[in-house]
Design a protein around this ligand. Structure first.
Ligand code: AMP
Length: 192
C-alpha cells in the first residue's frame, strides 16, 4: 500500500507516518528529513538548500524529485508513506510517473485538516520545548518562518487537494483531535 499524507506544516504528518512505520512495516519517505540530513552532512546539495529551508521556501522540484526517485528504487517493504511530498503539481505528476515506472500504484491520499492558529501554536511550542530541553531547534520553527511555510502551502501545495480529489483518491481526516483519534481515523481509511 502506498499513501500520501497531505497537510500543512505541523498537521501531524510525521507523527502519523512514524506510527504507520511501526504498526504496518511501511517506509516513511519524508523529503524534509532527507533535506535536513543533506544539510547536516555538509554536502553541496545541503549547502544549496539550507537558506531556502530556513526561510520556509520550497526547494526546487528537481532536487526533491531526485531524492524520491532514488528511494523508490530501493526496498518497498509494506509500501511507502509520502510525508511532505509532493508539495507542487509538478511533483505530483512526477510521482505518478515514478510509481508507474516501478509498477506501483497510489492507494490513498489522506489530507490532515488543522486550522492555522493551532498549527502555529503547535510548531512554536514544539520549538520552545526542544530549546528548554537542550535539544536542537529547527531553523524554520520560528513564527515568521512558520507563517511563510503556511503561505507556501496555500499557494503551491493546497492545489493538490483538488488534484487528488478529482482523481477520487482524497480522504480528509480531522487532524485537530487527540493523536490516538487521528491514528484511528487513518487506520479506518487504510483498512476500508
Ligand atoms: P518539512 O519537514 O516537511 O516541514 O520540510 C521542511 C522544509 O524542507 C520545507 O519548508 C521546504 O523548504 C523543504 N521541503 C521539504 N519537502 C519539500 C518538497 N516536497 N518540495 C519542496 N521543498 C520541500
Amino acid at each position: 500500500m502506498n499513501l500520501i499524507l497531505l497537510g500543512p506544516p505541523g498537521a501531524g504528518k510525521g507523527t502519523q507516518a512514524q506510527h504507520l512505520v511501526e504498526t504496518r512495516g511501511m517506509i516513511q519517505l519524508s523529503t524534509g528529513d532527507m533535506l535536513r540530513a543533506a544539510k547536516d552532512s555538509g554536502s553541496e546539495m545541503g549547502r544549496i538548500v539550507a537558506d531556502v529551508m530556513a526561510r520556509g521556501d520550497l526547494v526546487t522540484d528537481e532536487i526533491v524529485i531526485g531524492l524520491i526517485r532514488e528511494k523508490l528504487q530501493g526496498d518497498k517493504a509494506g509500501g511507502f508513506i509520502f510525508d511532505g511530498f509532493p508539495r507542487t503539481l509538478a511533483q505530483a505528476d512526477a510521482l505518478a510517473d515514478l510509481l508507474e515506472e516501478q509498477g506501483e500504484v497510489l492507494d490513498a491520499v489522506i489530507e490532515l485538516r488543522v486550522d492555522d492558529e493551532t498549527l502555529i501554536r503547535r510548531i512554536v511550542n514544539r520549538a520552545e520545548e526542544a530549546a528548554a530541553a537542550g535539544h536542537p531547534v529547527r531553523a524554520d520553527d520560528n513564527e515568521g518562518a512558520v507563517r511563510h511555510r503556511l503561505t507556501e502551502y496555500y499557494r503551491k501545495t493546497a492545489p493538490l487537494i483538488g488534484y487528488y480529489h478529482a482523481k477520487g483518491q482524497l480522504v480528509a481526516v480531522d487532524g485537530l483531535g487527540e493523536i490516538e483519534d487521528v491514528k484511528a481515523a487513518i487506520a479506518a481509511v487504510l483498512d476500508k
